[in-house]
Design a protein around this ligand. Structure first.
Ligand code: DAH
Length: 345
């Protein structure tokens, strides 16, 4: 009997050492057999009565060592299992799996150009203002010095919303000017990017939806010279440090005087002749001093404040930059077209 019990303990010790635990099930089986409330080692303590007195001490030592061996193996293997399952099994990570490349999207060329323009103006203290695309007639036209029956309304073909004579899809981002002037006090220095809509026949050169960036600067003593300097800065950041600009007199209902700004593009090749209609100059934006009527429509005293505004289309600039010849490509979401802009910010 004595011999048997010592042998049993020795073989249990072997069994503990030899048990390989790589799963939660194996760990649980080990726990039940060696450390649980009805474990096999516990049962052996009762055998002490059968051990002769001179070996009782030895029996106690061996049995306690066996108990400790089982417990420490259990703790160790448990820790090991938890740490490996944390970063592998639970997340299905297979380190031997072949590498595959996830395809990430790219920014839309219109966004790329728009972001560039925004960053240029942000550097001189303009902040971005975004507003609604569904506008009321007042913000889009009336406040901007274009009352009903004003011939200038014909300059832009408007999408009016069904069952409403007051709501429309904004035809220009100039409506943001009125939104901002009626809610903020000067000084105002904002840049307003966004989508606009016009009821135009779709062709390679025009679309019924496109994007503009609007600028507005109102403060005491803002002059035409301030506007010119701001726009020259913009043109040189956008088109290169040597860029020349010219301002041509023009007409917009919301500015007086009004102008259009061209940048000198050059006439180096046949394309340049086509793009600039043989002049070498490219029209980039409309601008002018905010009409005093617009200021007073929006609750700003024109005796105290003056300002300048400008607005530019994005698609044409993007077409020039990326040599895109058909504006419709920007709105077709053809992945083969869009993929070419990956990596650009
Ligand atoms: N809103 C005009 C357009 O869509 C562009 C424009 C011209 C905006 C002159 C302005 C401006 O702010 O001062 O054609």
């Amino acid at each position: 009997m004595n011999q048997d019990i010592f042998q049993t303990m020795a073989s249990l010790s072997e069994e503990i050492k030899g048990t390989v635990i790589t799963s939660a099930e194996q760990l649980e089986a080990f726990r039940i057999r060696f450390v649980g409330s009805k474990n096999i080692i516990k049962g052996l303590f009762g055998e002490i009565k059968n051990v002769p007195n001179e070996r009782k001490k030895e029996f106690g030592l061996v049995l306690n060592a066996l108990k400790e061996e089982a417990e420490s193996k259990f703790e160790q293997d448990k820790d090991q299992l938890e740490s490996t399952s944390d970063n592998t099994q639970n997340h299905g990570l297979d380190l031997t799996a072949p590498v595959y490349y996830d395809s990430i999207g790219s920014r839309h060329p219109v966004s790329i150009v728009m972001n560039r323009i925004i960053r240029i103006f942000e550097r001189i203290g303009f902040t971005v203002a975004e507003e609604r695309e569904i506008e009321t007639d007042w913000y889009n036209f009336t406040a901007m010095n274009t009352p009903e029956d004003h011939p200038a309304r014909d300059m832009q073909d408007t999408f009016y919303l069904k069952d409403s004579t007051a709501d429309l899809l904004r035809t220009h981002t100039s409506s943001v000017q009125a939104r901002i002037m009626t809610t903020q006090k000067p000084p105002i220095r904002i840049i307003a990017p966004g989508r606009v809509y016009r009821n135009e026949t779709i062709s390679s050169r025009s679309h019924c939806q496109f994007h503009q960036v609007e600028g507005l600067y109102i403060d005491k003593k803002v002059s035409f010279a301030d506007m010119k300097q701001t726009l020259l800065y913009f043109a040189r950041e956008m088109y290169g440090p040597q860029t020349e600009i010219r301002l041509r007199p023009s007409y917009f209902p919301f500015t007086e005087p009004s102008a259009e700004m061209d940048v000198y593009w050059g006439l180096k090749n046949e394309d340049d002749y086509r793009i600039t209609k043989g002049t070498g100059w490219l029209e980039i934006l409309g601008c002018g001093m905010v009409d005093p009527n617009v200021l007073s429509n929006c609750g700003i005293d024109p005796e105290e404040y003056t300002g300048f505004a400008f607005g530019m289309g994005i698609e044409r600039q993007a077409m020039l930059q990326y040599k895109v010849t058909d504006i419709r490509q920007f709105f077709e979401n053809d992945i083969r077209f869009l993929k070419q802009f990956s990596g650009a910010l």
